[in-house]
Design a protein around this ligand. Structure first.
Ligand code: NAD
Length: 253
């Protein structure tokens, strides 16, 4: 585990009510940062995550808002920036699988126009709209952006067609945002493989074993593993921009 000193730094994490987002918020706050946690307004896990982290004495604030809605996303980002006072890191992490996990579907009949639209809206457009709203504050702070893509976006593993497409577009957007916001703001992405304690699903022993079998490093990726990479790309790696780093134990090779 790398240790970071983020005293005086601030961050906003979208989709922070659970999984990778919550763990990333916790890791940054534990390192001394002030962190705004975004969550869907109706999602009680958001308030619960906030209360849990505040109970641990961490400096976290809530930033409710649906990043799938352009108006709410912009207002949420601008309000969070005001409350934080500055913005050093935006983590565009909110995402939906679109289908019931863990069943991977490549069945064309189940992929509808509506499914594509909702996945592109939440997984892709939220990254664009939150980044655009945060850009002035990030430029002022010489900050950075980290997007949560997926190895599905490389097209290297079986996943659902629309989800893979949305994450491939996030990888592409990461490069173009990096060009658009250079030299002030670095933009990178993480591409997790199969993450334990995420997507809010219970892991059976069978799933754990099958994941281990298909993972060259024979280790299951945790939300903390992904959070550590997000924090590294966000606050270290001064010459890294436009990159998508896989964190998957070698599944995608
Ligand atoms: P998760 O379901 O625990 O986290 C996703 C969070 O995003 C949830 O809290 C959800 O409520 C929130 N969210 C969804 N739509 C939102 C919206 N419109 N506005 C605000 N918040 C919204 O699952 P996770 O695994 O922690 O997922 C985090 C990211 O990691 C996602 O982008 C996902 O695609 C990506 N990812 C996950 C895996 C995995 O195996 N779990 C693998 C690769 C990539």
């Amino acid at each position: 585990m790398i240790s970071f000193n983020l005293t005086g730094k601030t961050a906003l994490v979208t989709g922070g009510a659970s999984g990778i987002g919550r763990e990333t918020a916790r890791m940054m706050a534990k390192a001394g940062a002030k962190v705004a946690i975004n969550y869907l307004p109706a999602d009680q896990r958001g308030e619960a995550a906030l209360a849990e982290l505040q109970k641990e004495g961490l400096d976290v604030i809530g930033a409710p808002g649906d990043v799938g809605d352009a108006g709410q996303a912009k207002a949420m980002v601008l309000e969070a920036v005001v409350k934080l006072g500055r913005l050093d890191l935006l983590v565009n992490n909110a995402g939906i699988p679109g289908v019931k996990i863990p069943v991977p579907i490549n069945d064309l009949d189940s992929i509808t126009e509506e499914l594509w639209a909702s996945l592109l809206n939440v997984n892709l457009m939220s990254v664009f709209r939150c980044s655009k709203a945060a850009a002035p504050a990030l430029k002022a702070a010489k900050g950075s952006i980290v997007n949560t893509a997926s190895i599905a976006g490389f097209g290297a593993v079986a996943s659902t067609i629309a989800y893979s497409g949305s994450k491939a577009a996030v990888i592409n957007l990461t490069k173009n945002l990096a060009r658009a916001l250079a030299p002030d703001v670095r933009v990178n992405a993480v591409a997790p493989g199969v993450v334990e304690s995420s997507w809010a699903i219970e892991w059976s022993e069978e799933r754990r074993q099958s994941t281990l079998t298909s993972t060259p490093l024979k280790k299951v990726c945790t939300t903390a593993d992904v959070a550590e990479l997000i924090v590294f790309l966000g606050f270290a790696g001064a010459l890294i921009t436009g990159q998508t780093v896989a964190i998957d134990g070698g599944i995608s090779i």
